[in-house]
Design a protein around this ligand. Structure first.
Ligand code: FDA
Length: 305
């Protein structure tokens, strides 16, 4: 119920104005977002890499409605990739891209041309791209774009969401050699017709999907903060004899940093997803919807002096 309310608020420009102008929002945003500028992203990335973590960078923004915005997003990724390479931060750092930020909702060709340019720039920088997955109405077109991109940029990664009923089948399709798949639970509000609704059903689906990916020939990227899922991931890595170069754990910046360090210390590859940029609202609200404790943290920060 609370999750539904927060996810509905994540699409409300009125609530966005309220939250953005609240006095201590900046402190809360800082916990989950690297900063507004490309230099902030680079600084945080360097720190994480020095600590033994890999990174994927997300320039915040989604549901872009003008081609100017979409082109500006593309250009920011091109600039970022160049700067990462010049700073010697690739291949440890890669980028994550939302097709909706590149214009998927109103001009699919523009979005495709832009993500292709980003993949080419990543390739030139010696790194790669993962396509974030958004709500279920975009799954087919995102996977279609992935298929086209992978012909020229085979290491382009996909994201699959365990809460969708279709995902076990998508995992089977995408568990072939060379295929990089980030498995997450899923962060959007989805109807029962397409998605499991209870946490227990989603967790069971996550484990089934993990079994398919970890026993397959691809490169699984287990994106979760859930201690049970992580423990099962460690178990499957032992069972299927997958070392640090054959799968990875992924977590979000600011969430369970001690666990990220612990896993990296045990020799696993751990990649931190680092968002940066001005357009943090939708991202932050989805993080709040996932965990009531984050809401308490946010509320306290807003109320306190
Ligand atoms: P969940 O939220 O179910 O929490 C389970 C348990 O994990 C909690 O009970 C607690 O023990 C622990 N936990 C969770 N948050 C914690 C916190 N803040 N502090 C301490 N413990 C905590 N989604 C999507 O739809 N499309 C996408 O492209 C992506 N991409 C993506 C990339 C990466 C790297 C990650 C980690 C996640 C995504 N997601 C995503 C988000 C994902 O779908 C999901 O919403 C969140 O990861 C939350 O789900 P969890 O698996 O972490 O567990």
């Amino acid at each position: 119920m609370l999750r539904s309310v927060i996810l509905a608020a994540s699409r409300s420009s009125q609530v966005e104005r309220l939250v953005a102008t609240a006095p201590y929002t900046r402190d809360v945003v800082r916990r989950f977002v690297a900063g507004a500028a490309t230099d902030d992203a680079l600084r945080v990335t360097r720190g994480l890499i020095d600590d033994g973590l890999a990174v994927t960078l997300d320039h915040l923004g989604e549901d872009t409605v003008t081609s100017e915005q979409a082109v500006a997003t593309r250009d920011e990724y091109l600039r970022l990739l160049k700067m990462l390479a010049e700073a010697g931060l690739t291949p440890a750092a890669e980028v994550s891209v939302k097709l909706s930020a590149l214009g998927q909702m109103f001009d699919e060709q523009l979005a495709y041309d832009s993500v292709r340019a980003i993949c080419a720039a990543a390739d030139a920088a010696g790194t790669t791209v993962t396509l974030d997955m958004e709500d279920h109405t975009t799954t087919d077109s995102t996977l279609e774009v992935l298929g086209k991109l992978r012909k020229d940029f085979p290491s382009t990664g996909a994201v699959l969401q365990a809460y969708l009923r279709r995902t076990e089948s998508d995992c089977r399709e995408l568990s072939s050699a060379g295929s990089r798949v980030r498995l997450c639970k899923g962060a959007y509000k989805e109807p029962e017709s397409v998605a499991y609704q209870s946490a227990r059903e989603v967790d069971k689906s996550y484990v089934r999907c993990m079994n398919i990916l970890m026993s397959g020939d691809g490169y699984p990227m287990l994106a979760t903060h859930d201690p049970r899922m992580i423990a099962i991931g460690e178990d499957r890595a032992r069972w299927f004899d997958r070392g640090a170069d054959r799968f990875e754990f992924q977590m979000l910046f600011g969430i369970r940093p001690e666990e990220q360090a612990r896993l990296a210390g045990e020799g696993y590859t751990v990649r931190t997803y680092v968002p940066y940029g001005d357009d943090w609202y939708g991202y932050l609200m989805r993080r709040l919807a996932e965990r009531p404790a984050n809401l308490v943290f946010f509320g306290r920060a807003l109320m306190s002096k």
